[in-house]
Design a protein around this ligand. Structure first.
Ligand code: SF4
Length: 399
């Protein structure tokens, strides 16, 4: 029997993966409006170099760690989403911020930069499926449910950096805070000083891992709120009793690692250090030797002694670059199957060349703007994060 391929439904995620169609209420998923150079053009590197040189200090290119090498080579600075947003804010003289990352990151950069600066995302289809799992209307409906139950007043919303500006704005409007994977514990400590419950958006795994492994809460203190079910699929008692109300969202890259991935690599490579990102599932993080943010993973590998073996549970572009940069160490991907972030990978050299050459021609393409009201409230939640006390956890002592 011949099976026919059926196009996925027009969900936000399908649009993102296909890079076409339009859904302005999501992390975007739209066709690139430009006349892109062919990927086979042998002059792409020379064209990007020339365009960047012509723009000089007017342009500042940010590159997320999960971006392709062909793009990273043109980044003025590399980092995780929060570091990049701060780097953008620290360059008030750069008229154009070209953000090689995904949509929510470019929004954060727009919020943190001056009105005179313009933030450009070379491909508007570069969204984030996790950010798309929490849409403002859904979160407002959840908040209404908590209000009807009389528990919204004691609930503090906390959103991961990997969320849309709308969601950050909601959190700022309702007395909450933004967090990153490096400061999630500090954000939760602060939140539990303000109220007795937390609504954690949109990554259930970061919320659960931080609450249980770093704050001493139990799995029973956490409930999973499914935005596609009435009342989140929870009873009023479950919502009243919970300390952590976790949004049913996850990263499609880090969520792929399983306990089998950890067991397999330990069997294949005796003595291997398993280091994973906290966006991984709870059982994976529990079975790993170390857990930490992207920046933590990079520092841990840099500090590791020659000859040590590391299986990394994070995005493949970063793992590959770390392996190339540290040939004296055995750096491997945690899973046997390849696992790029498909939306991060949408920013390729043709899109970067196109965006830079358009700027040289005086045309600003793919500008990302956040409306003033949303930006104001999102900034409140971001500033609250910046005011959190304490320092980041140091990387593990290498073994
Ligand atoms: S790696 Fe995960 S969280 Fe990051 S952009 Fe991709 S889907 Fe979103």
């Amino acid at each position: 029997m011949t099976s026919t391929w059926v196009e996925p439904s027009n969900t936000a995620t399908a649009l993102l993966l296909l890079g076409r169609g339009s859904d302005p209420d999501t992390e975007r998923g739209v066709e690139c409006p430009g006349d892109l150079p062919a990927p086979s053009d042998p002059d792409l590197v020379a064209r990007a170099t020339a365009a960047k040189a012509k723009l000089g200090s007017k342009v500042f290119v940010l590159g997320h760690h999960y971006q392709r090498d062909e793009v990273i080579q043109f980044a003025d600075v590399t980092g995780d989403s929060f570091k990049l947003a701060r780097e953008a804010a620290a360059r008030p003289d750069a008229e154009y911020i070209v953000f090689c990352g995904v949509h929510f990151m470019a929004e954060s950069a727009d919020i943190l930069t001056t009105d005179a600066q313009r933030v450009i995302l070379p491909d508007l289809a570069a969204g984030c499926s996790m950010a798309d799992m929490a849409v403002l209307g859904q979160v407002e409906a959840a908040w209404d449910t908590l209000t009807e139950l009389g528990i919204a007043g004691e609930t503090v919303p906390v959103t991961y950096m990997n969320s849309s500006a709308d969601i950050k704005g909601f959190v700022g409007r309702n007395g909450g805070v933004v967090c990153t994977s490096s400061n999630a514990k500090r954000a939760l400590d602060w939140a539990f000083e303000q109220g007795s419950k937390v609504l954690f958006l949109p990554d259930q795994h970061l919320g659960r891992n931080t609450a249980v492994l770093e704050m001493g809460l139990s799995l029973d203190d956490c409930v999973l709120y499914d935005p596609h079910k009435p009342g989140g699929g929870l009873t009023p008692e479950q919502l009243r009793d919970a300390k952590m109300i976790l949004w049913r969202g996850h990263c499609s890259v880090h969520g792929r690692f399983t306990l089998d991935s950890v067991n397999d690599v330990r069997a294949r490579v005796p003595g291997v250090n398993v280091l994973v990102h906290p966006e991984c599932r709870h059982e994976v993080v529990t079975a790993a030797d170390y857990v930490g943010s992207t920046e933590y993973i990079i520092k841990a590998v840099e500090a590791a002694p020659a000859g040590s073996a590391w299986a990394l549970g994070t995005e493949l572009n970063l793992v590959r670059r770390l392996a190339l940069a540290h040939p004296d160490k055995q750096i491997m991907f945690l899973d046997k199957a390849v696992c790029y972030c498909s939306t991060m990978n949408r920013i390729d050299l043709p899109h970067l060349v196109w965006a830079l050459e358009e700027l040289v021609a005086g045309r600003v393409v793919n500008q990302i703007t956040v409306d003033a009201d949303t930006a104001h409230h999102a900034r409140v939640a971001l500033d609250q994060m910046l005011a959190l006390p304490g320092a980041d956890t140091p990387p593990p002592a290498a073994s």
